[in-house]
Write a protein that binds this ligand. Sequence first.
Ligand code: ZN
Length: 677
Amino acid sequence: MTNPLLEPHILPPFDRIQAQHVVPAIEMLIEEAESGLATQLRNGDIASWSALVDPIEERDDKLGRAWSPVVHLNAVLNSDELRAAHEAAEQLLTAYHTRFGQNRNVYQAYVALSESAQFASLDPPKRQAIGNAMRDFKLSGVALSGEAKEEYKQIKSQLSTLTTQFANNVLDATNGWFHQAHKEEELAGLPDFLVAGAKQAAGERALTGYVLTLDLPVYFTVMSQAKNQALRKIMYEAYCTRASRCGPTAGQWDNTELIEQIVQLRKRQAELLGYKNYAEVSLASKMAPSPEKVIDFVRDLAVKTRPFADKELAELKAFAHSEFGADHVEAWDLAYYAEQLKLKKYNISQEVLRPYFPLDVVLTGLFRVVGALYGIEVVSASAPTWHQDARYYEIFKDGEKIAGFYLDLYARAKKRSGAWMADCRTRRLRQGALQLPVAFLVCNFNAPVDDKPCLLTHNEVTTLFHEFGHGLHHMLTKMEVAAVSGINGVEWDAVELPSQFMENFCWQAEVLAFLSSHFESKEPLPASMLENMLAAKNFQSAMQMLRQLEFALFDLRLHMEFGGENFAGVQSLLDEVRQSVAVVIPPDFNQFQNSFTHIFSGGYAAGYYSYKWAEVLSADAFSAFEEEGIFNPETGRRFLREILQKGGSEPALELFKKFRGREPSPEPLLRHSGLVA
Ligand code: ZN
């Protein structure tokens, strides 16, 4: 029987990949990679780039080509079988990467190459790739031996298991609860599509009435639109206690212990590598120079933001009092009152805007924006996919195909929530021929109901632009070495630059003119609505900024202070951070940290600050377009040339300076957020 994961397709044969293919394919490719490496080292012909790095890259790319569709399917079409296969294969891969990272013979070969006469003649991307590889060997514990080396291996493997379990618990807790409403009155205030969806969800469960789930689009809409305070409270409590010891599913899928174990293991990992704490390990490969500098950066933004946030909260409280007679604002009322206040001040809401943003119009508009900026053309194409809702596209530049991407945009059961871009194929020279980059772009919008088209809120439009920005970074790269191609090798705290940069275009009147078209009347967004929408852009932006800074500070300090003398526990630290940063303190039962997948199962450990760090870069980059014209082709091509095409081939700070002509400044971010007096 052939294994579709091992066939040399340009694109994964999604119509044939099954859970049972995963482990055998990964086992075989790891074995092939390790025996190939052993042969290379035995023959001793490893003194040049082509003899040492090329074969390693080729084998890892082959492994990546088999693994990327598996990771993807596990996220968008989860099943018990696939989850088990993914978990088993991930264990094998983690062990393989640890063995590779600790292989002193390979490390020494890289060191020798970096000290050889050939090194100076290599082009800069290759030199950068070698430098990164040597750094990563050190971070993988290549210097360890004996017991320490064994312990390090154990830690890596345990972390892989525990972080996956953390994410699984959150997914199960999200799917494992719903609220059944019996009468439509209980859903007062909710938009028709959501009520229809809730009815459908009840039908799917063979229940009567309406079912509200904790899927983000449903949850978010209920919290901001439902008039029924009791309903909001039920939903809030269930959402904020997922995977914890509180709330309606208390103790099921509990992540409390896992948090302790994960952070403890990371702390030990840092000690073994000779660092003070895990935050230092995390920053060793980032743009930010030290944890202390990041804390300064976060605190500085918090101080500048605080007075604006105080004002915002005071306004909200006054509004809640005068309009609803509320003496205080409960956590489950915040989003609702905010939405009502916004409606009153600007006569605008996400739901009012929704009819103006049919998905197909937005996509066409997005492709038009990137066409104007970078001179590329996006064309619909065909390829096997995993679901009838997934689509495939190709990107052309000067008539030549340069990349491809999949879009999977609707929320459904067994699909991870949120939005993301992932690497399917990396641009690189493969035995002399160019392998084109391919991306996965995934969102969780409400699927069309009752033959109405899929309609997006403006927030969702922004999300789509954001993920497409990541996609462009991956797809428009000109690099030919996998290690620095696209987003590979880009410092984590700079990786959000292209994505957050793209969001700016959703706020330009010039763009909104063709990005919007009422799904029935076909009218673009009326001028008065546009004006209100732009005026409302920074509504409560200070409170939002503080929330992000609160998460960032909690994450960083947790990975600096855990287990130390003054550390009083995870919850205490979170409480303390909130006291110092937040203007709104959530109720005691809120266990937000138990579903903080970014840092406990994603790659953001001691790196959540990256969003704000990169936002400084993206806002400042966009300010060049504000100065030179938002569709100025010269500025667009310069951004393409200096940032998007360069991938990770140079430090992000250098690339930024080449584009902007100076160091980054936080001023445009504060200005764009309305946080300047
Ligand atoms: Zn992003």
